[in-house]
Design a protein around this ligand. Structure first.
Ligand code: URA
Length: 233
């Protein structure tokens, strides 16, 4: 791919801006030689202001979403895109979150520019399980696991009952819930339906992929191919 297009697609600037950057000598090869703007180059060769450039598409990243960030740019306030380098917002193709977490839900979130992958993960047919760690306002009463597993629990406003959702009690006011589907505010509404209230909610796994313990809240990194396999594993 031509250098200008490569850098513009990665969000380093408009084609015009990128051309000016190249002419200013900001773009070099691995040996420190300035690259000319008409050059056809491989991605690995390019350095932008002495740094390797961002990964090309298809790109999938894993993010440990903090509290207070929304997943959609249409919502007001801070979004998950504010946690990434500013130029990521200008990548073509752009990154989208794979499913959504509520503003006040934390934890594992994948983002990708690969539409097919996105659909493979969120499509109910593939059944990528999602596990949430919930802390609660009131002690569990003992009947909740049975209700969640029943396949008959009906949430207000929904036409169909929920699929069975295993509940693992971790403490009086703490549990893990496994979902096979992803309805609006599902975990919070499930606990509301059994007379409780979710205080904090964190997604701890997606398919067979666990939130890495070394990924701090607010941090992200490129998902490895091994981790992607775990999502489907
Ligand atoms: N269930 C919820 O209630 N909120 C989320 O963000 C995810 C699942």
């Amino acid at each position: 791919m031509k250098l200008i297009k490569l850098l513009a697609n990665l969000g380093y600037g408009s084609r015009k801006e990128v051309q000016a950057m190249i002419r200013s000598g900001w773009v070099k090869d691995a040996h420190g030689q300035v690259i000319k703007d008409g050059a056809a180059v491989t991605h690995e060769e390019v350095r932008f202001r002495e740094e390797p450039i961002d990964p090309p598409a298809p790109l999938t990243i894993i993010l440990n979403k903090p509290d207070g960030f929304t997943c959609s740019t249409e919502d007001p306030g801070e979004t998950i895109y504010d946690l990434l380098p500013e130029r990521f917002a200008h990548r073509k193709p752009g990154l989208n979150s794979i499913g959504r977490l509520d503003k006040d839900t934390t934890g594992l979130l994948l983002m990708t520019d690969d539409g097919k992958l996105l659909h493979r993960i969120i499509h109910p047919k593939h059944g990528c399980l999602k596990v949430y760690h919930a802390t609660l306002d009131r002690p569990l009463e003992g009947h909740e696991a049975e209700q969640f597993a029943s396949g008959t629990l009906q949430l207000k406003g929904d036409s169909k009952p929920l699929l069975p959702a295993p509940l693992e009690v971790l403490g009086d006011m703490e549990a893990l819930v496994t979902l096979h589907e992803g309805r609006y505010h599902q975990v919070r509404r499930m606990f509301a339906a059994v007379g409780n209230h979710v205080v904090t909610l964190k997604r701890v796994s997606l398919g067979g992929l666990k939130l890495p313990s070394d990924l701090e809240e607010g941090a992200w990194r490129v998902l490895t191919s091994g981790e992607l396999d775990q999502v489907f594993g």
